[in-house]
Design a protein around this ligand. Sequence first.
Ligand SMILES: *Cc1c(COP(=O)(O)O)cnc(C)c1O
Length: 500
Amino acid sequence: MQYKSTRNSGLRLEASQVIAQGISSEGGLFVPERLPDIRGELSEMAGLGYKELASKIFKLFLTDFTDEQISYCVENAYASEKFGGEPVKLISLPEAAGNMHLLELWHGPTCAFKDMALQILPYFLTVSLAKSAPGREAVILVATSGDTGKAALEGFRDVPGTRVIVFYPQDGVSPVQKRQMATQEGRNVNVCAIEGNFDDAQTAVKKIFTDIKIKYALSEHDFIFSSANSINWGRLLPQIVYYFYAYFQLCKGGKLAVGEPMNAAVPTGNFGNILAAYYAREMGLPIKKFICASNSNKVLTDFINTGVYDRRREFYTTSSPSMDILISSNLERLLYALSGEDSGVLSGWMEQLSAQGHYDVGSGLHSKIQELFFGGCCDDSATAHAIARVWNNDSYLLDTHTAVALDVYRQYIESTGDISTPTVIASTASPYKFVGSVLGALEPPCGSDEYENISRLEALTGTQAPVQLKTLRDKPVRFSTVIESSQAAGYVLKTLGIGE
Ligand SMILES: *Cc1c(COP(=O)(O)O)cnc(C)c1O
């Protein structure tokens, strides 16, 4: 299996090169040259445990990895002590309307679905770098607005051959998120706050990545920069697995016979999670409709409904912050596939997006998108409503992101009447990770002390907060450095023990 770029169809690279490089040099995203078709093997695969299923799928894509290397990656990433058993769980809700099944993807160390990919990426990356840059230590730089930084820290902690340095905006993350990062354990991790907002942190990191002098200094000392960015193929691939797993769980539970279709509803930000579901369908998983759910930043809802992508709009800060995004980078991969892999046309749209802030895919491609996707959005008040309704009817506690998807599934039923197709809703975070908004939905108004809110939500619902969130308060703070963004490069060099 080789890979090409969405903006250069002539390119051919191996999986390890694609994972080590992250993004193609002309700015395109890496995609497999074709998707393996495993339609005929579904019945056989239905009995596999999560790790076996993951290995089976990874072997189809990582053809320059040995079987031993794949099993090294899978065994380390999805070890049961990290996830408390099988990495994902499927919960069926007895709601009167619809046929819904919540795919809980947040049983990993940081209580959000990003662990599913960021627990395994460090292993993919170290195997890949051993091929392309043997003997080098990988330095992962991350600018984060919250969830990704913590997931990267946990994923890379104590992984041999890696260092991770996370920058977060001093005033731009929640108290729980700040504490999660400041108390991070591990010998190879560093965390630093930057004065300013997320853009300041992001700009500082980008500058370091592209600074020739720093790159040279690193290389002199056998270090190499790498990225854990959400457009890396190594983050997308692990997400394909759980859609197959969910389908087979439905088959086991007698909800479906192998070959019958399900729907997938996904709370969407950067379009990575829902794109993984699309790739699963292209490989032969029977998915009827992709239900793409947005919060008030509804650039994707409008795109699915009109064929025009337009980021020239107000940005809202919502109760589902991990979906507060106006440029959904992974959409480029879908458009590449649906446009017949026309990298010329695609490059044009992407240029237009960065220069003018919008593009129009035309009626032919728009109708293909509408055949596959249902787009809907949900504001903060409807999100809170969904949380309260599901708690009152089913005693099931949703986080804010998952609640957005559930509400858009309800809109899908209203608009199509399809209440019979089993629908898997991606549940992307523990409700305790966004405890203020979740508690506020059940018992408004709530205070601003997050630890008090955790105790209150436990008492009110009789559910248990994940222990890694509850014990945060008692953990010693390891990182308290705050710097100006102009000092970030010096911080990196000092951390690595190089000069300055
Ligand atoms: C990142 C994130 C999302 C959005 O996923 P994308 O792959 O970016 O579409 C949704 N929910 C939570 C909790 C997240 O952390």
